[in-house]
Design a protein around this ligand. Structure first.
Ligand code: ADP
Length: 503
């Protein structure tokens, strides 16, 4: 690797050196990184793209809001862009890497205070570097009976990063942005905005009422490059009296249709309260087997082979997992309702299953997905589907056939949000194998395009397809985003290219 710094676009080596000196003055020498060996962890990505295309110019790690303001002043002066990260995991979407080459990574992990937990109102206020594990430990150590909702890699990622990406988990609080309340945002010009009720001096209600007065602004700071979020309010779920996790298995892949048509009304009327998941035969196998033990031929693993494997374990082509929460008295009638509905639809209902992600148990077990092929490659393809059987069947066939054309398996786990499914598809591949990486990359592009043609879009996208995704969402959408960008960040110093938004 070259030891020459990757210069931000349009910035000379001499100017960049001045900017670095200025960053050092703001945060201290130790917290500005330009040495290529120390940048390596920030460059490591799992998506099948060339790291060099997304190489950062360096890292600057402020410890306070004042230091963030100081960093942004330097950025404006020298026209050096910064890409904010909270814990910088963003696995399968680009990890810590910026969407374009030549940005300073603004690493916020030193800002990791849990500022407040209110056990009465069930709220928390956290900084970007706080991890779910840290918050979990905090609650446990203080015996505060509140639960967390977290994404797959839970322990090591941050509520702030995940919420800003509009990520999700599997409890009733699975919509993270939906359960966020109040942000503190440092704007490109250094102004500090507290959203909602937080704008009132001595606010009493920042974490309890989202909307405040006038336009509700929080949404524009998610999946965007309009500001740096330095504090986030969260709503937390009171620990329930009890719970019963239920699995429903369906033998035939086509039964995704009846499964979805059964789940939807139960989710919308809140008989099922949580964001359950529907795992297909292939993704359940990843937790137990390696691909090579099952199949060494060319192309995707034949589905029949996988189906016969899962059947031996009492699992199906689709395996629905959800949880009923409450006292025994509350759970009993709901269990009766769901048992009847799912049985009628042809599913086999098995109550009393364990699924830690639905009951506040943090673990790293979701990483077992990567052992399917080894080599650490991961892309998440995550189209939104209406929660209708016909759409689910159509998306399943479309995804499966495009993946198969590229020799990839359909590892699918749609999340059950109510009116929509996030049709999560894990694309795992050996990142050390150039052919496998090339196929994965082409496959993702084809999936994005073909789903777009059918009127389906992704809820979140990897850094190397952000521009393409923005094309699919259309010109007016891009124009509005660009107008906001120009108004709030006239020098374009915040995360150029994020969500396809450029100056
Ligand atoms: P996590 O480690 O929790 O998975 P990241 O820290 O990687 O999440 O953040 C995911 C993405 O969200 C980043 O790539 C960036 O685009 C955006 N982001 C993260 N933190 C902030 C922040 N504090 N302010 C603005 N955008 C952020």
């Amino acid at each position: 690797m070259s030891t020459q710094p990757v210069l931000p676009q349009g910035v000379s080596a001499a100017e960049f050196a001045r900017a670095i000196a200025a960053f050092r003055k703001v945060v201290g020498d130790e917290f500005v990184i330009t040495a290529s060996d120390r940048l390596l962890p920030y460059r490591k990505i799992m998506i099948p793209a060339d790291e060099n295309e997304f190489a950062p110019s360096g890292v600057v790690a402020p410890a306070s809001v004042e230091e963030v303001q100081g960093v942004l002043a330097v950025c404006n002066q020298f026209k050096v862009p910064v890409w904010p990260i909270s814990t910088g995991r963003n696995f399968g979407y680009g990890s810590a890497s910026p969407a374009t080459r030549g940005q300073m990574i603004l690493d916020l992990k030193r800002m990791n205070r849990i500022l407040e937990v209110d056990p009465v109102l069930c709220t928390a206020l956290v900084e970007p570097g706080v991890t779910y594990q840290q918050l979990h430990d905090y609650l446990r150590e203080r015996d505060i009976p509140l639960w967390l909702d977290f994404p797959g890699p839970g322990p090591i990622v941050s509520p702030v990063g995940n919420t800003l990406e509009r990520g999700g988990g599997n409890t009733p609080y699975g919509d993270h942005f939906g359960n966020a309340c109040g942000m503190e945002v440092v704007l490109a010009n250094g102004q500090v905005l507290r959203t909602g009720m937080g704008s009132i001096p001595n606010s009493t209600s920042w974490q309890v009422f989202k909307y405040g007065y006038g336009p509700y602004l929080d949404g524009i700071f998610t999946q965007s490059n309009f500001g740096i979020v330095t504090k986030l309010g969260m709503w937390l779920m009171p620990k329930p009296a009890g719970y019963t996790t239920v699995m429903v298995t369906y033998d035939d892949p086509e039964q995704i249709g009846v499964a979805v048509d059964t789940i939807r009304p139960l989710r919308i009327d809140t008989t099922i309260q949580n964001v359950g998941v529907m795992a297909n035969e292939a993704i359940v196998l990843t937790g137990m087997k390696r691909r090579a033990d099952l199949y060494q031929g060319a192309g995707a693993v034949p589905q029949d082979l996988m189906l016969s494997e899962v059947r031996k374990m009492g699992l199906g082509a689709w395996n629905v997992f959800f949880t009923l929460y409450g006292t025994d008295k509350q759970i009993a009638p709901n269990l009766e309702i769901v048992t009847e509905a799912f049985s009628k639809s042809g599913g086999k209902v098995i109550p009393g299953i364990h699924d830690g992600s639905q009951v506040n148990e943090l673990s790293l077990s979701s990483f077992s997905l990567l052992n399917w092929v080894g080599g650490g490659g991961l892309y998440w393809f995550a189209p939104v589907s209406p929660a209708r059987g016909t759409d689910a069947i159509r998306q399943m066939h479309l995804a499966r056939s495009i993946l198969a054309d590229h020799g990839m398996d359909y590892l699918s786990a749609p999340t059950l949000n109510g009116r929509d499914l996030h049709h999560l598809v894990a694309m795992v591949f050996d990142r050390n194998d150039p052919d496998a990486s090339k196929r994965a990359k082409a496959c993702y592009g084809k999936l994005v395009t073909e789903f777009g043609k059918q009127g389906y879009g992704l809820y979140r996208v990897a850094i190397d397809y952000m521009d393409q995704m923005a094309q699919i969402y259309g010109k007016t959408n891009r124009d509005v985003n660009r107008s906001i960008k120009r108004a709030l960040d006239p020098n374009g110093i915040l995360a150029p290219g994020k969500s396809g938004i450029h100056l």
